[in-house]
Write a protein that binds this ligand. Structure first.
Ligand SMILES: Cc1ncc(C[n+]2csc(CCOP(=O)(O)OP(=O)(O)O)c2C)c(N)n1
Ligand code: SF4
Length: 286
């Protein structure tokens, strides 16, 4: 029997009080429990940033790696052991900036990983510089007179790259957030969840989001049409949340690999490294 406390970590988050990332963490735990996943079946991978500290705050397998690199690490883990549920969690600087190339190609290959990007439109950890999703005119430490760069639109970009599950949700609505994650966990292949997760310290957009967001599913929206998805993603008036696009007919990269390499795959059938080799490697990298 799965209980919420199974995912409780001994480490308490050091996020600022009110940071949107608390809502993301709560929704992720709830979604994993509701999906019937046990902690030993789940790996959470991150890069660097406030949001990227998340794997330390949840009791599952975790990997806290280099800035911008959670996606290739997650893809490697899933490819080596397809029985695992692999989730990458990171910030907009991490995934829409330094690591965006990896995201585009994971979407193109339809790698069977789930990516939650905590999008606060700013660099939080490094104290408030411009990020790829910062707005035109936004004042930050690196744009004191207002940004003169148009923001990246990650959702239509990933749709254009062949993404098969593209959603947005809001940390201020944990029930909706948990539902979107549960749907992503059931998806066959790559899922991008753009999570509005405000940074209360450097760019507090809570009030604005609360005024402007609405749920696609409340308006009878069906996420099966690419052109409708582009339109919904580009609403100039409001902030739609929900699943913009989903298709289940495209096999994941890992499924194709299994078909091609029948008998030689997955890699986890290979004998494990001797214990002392693992200890030597850990010592070298500690
Ligand atoms: C290769 C590299 N470049 C830059 C940095 C410095 N750095 C650490 S976190 C970060 C940005 C964090 O912003 P974001 O990914 O949006 O996460 P947040 O802190 O807002 O959650 C940067 C630039 C780094 N650690 N490594
Ligand atoms: S600086 Fe911003 S993103 Fe980082 S913990 Fe504080 S509120 Fe959250």
């Amino acid at each position: 029997m799965l209980e919420p406390k199974m995912y409780e970590s001994d480490t308490r988050p050091d996020w600022c009080p009110g940071c949107g990332d608390f809502g993301v963490l709560a929704a992720l735990k709830d979604a994993l429990i509701k999906s019937g996943k046990k902690p030993h079946e789940v790996v959470i991978v991150s890069g660097i940033g406030c949001s990227s500290n998340l794997p330390g705050y949840i009791r599952a397998y975790g990997f806290h790696g280099l800035h911008g690199r959670p996606v290739p690490v997650a893809v490697g883990i899933k490819t080596a052991n397809p029985n695992l549920t692999v989730i990458a969690t990171a910030g907009d600087g991490d995934e829409y900036g330094i690591g965006f190339n990896h995201v585009v190609h994971a979407a193109r290959r339809n790698d069977d990983i789930k990516l939650i990007v905590m999008n606060n439109e700013i660099y939080g950890l490094t104290t408030g510089q411009l990020s790829p999703t910062s707005r035109l005119g936004q004042k930050t430490k690196t744009s004191p007179d207002g940004s003169i760069i148009y923001p990246l639109k990650p959702l239509p970009t990933i749709l254009g790259a062949g993404g098969t599950f593209i959603a947005r949700t809001f940390s201020g609505d944990p029930k909706h957030f948990s539902w979107v994650i549960q749907e992503a966990l059931n998806h066959r292949g790559f899922a991008l969840i753009d999570a509005i997760s405000p940074c209360v310290t450097w760019h507090n957009i809570y009030d604005e989001v609360k005024k402007l967001f609405y749920k696609l599913e409340d308006r009878g929206y069906k996420p099966d049409d690419e052109h409708e998805a582009y339109k919904a993603m580009s609403d100039p008036e409001g902030i739609p949340i929900g699943i913009f696009y989903r298709r289940e007919d495209k096999p994941s990269f890992q499924e194709r690999l299994a078909e091609q390499n029948l008998g030689k795959w997955p890699v986890h059938n290979v004998s494990p490294l001797p214990k002392n080799t693992v200890e030597e490697l850990l010592y070298e990298f500690s």
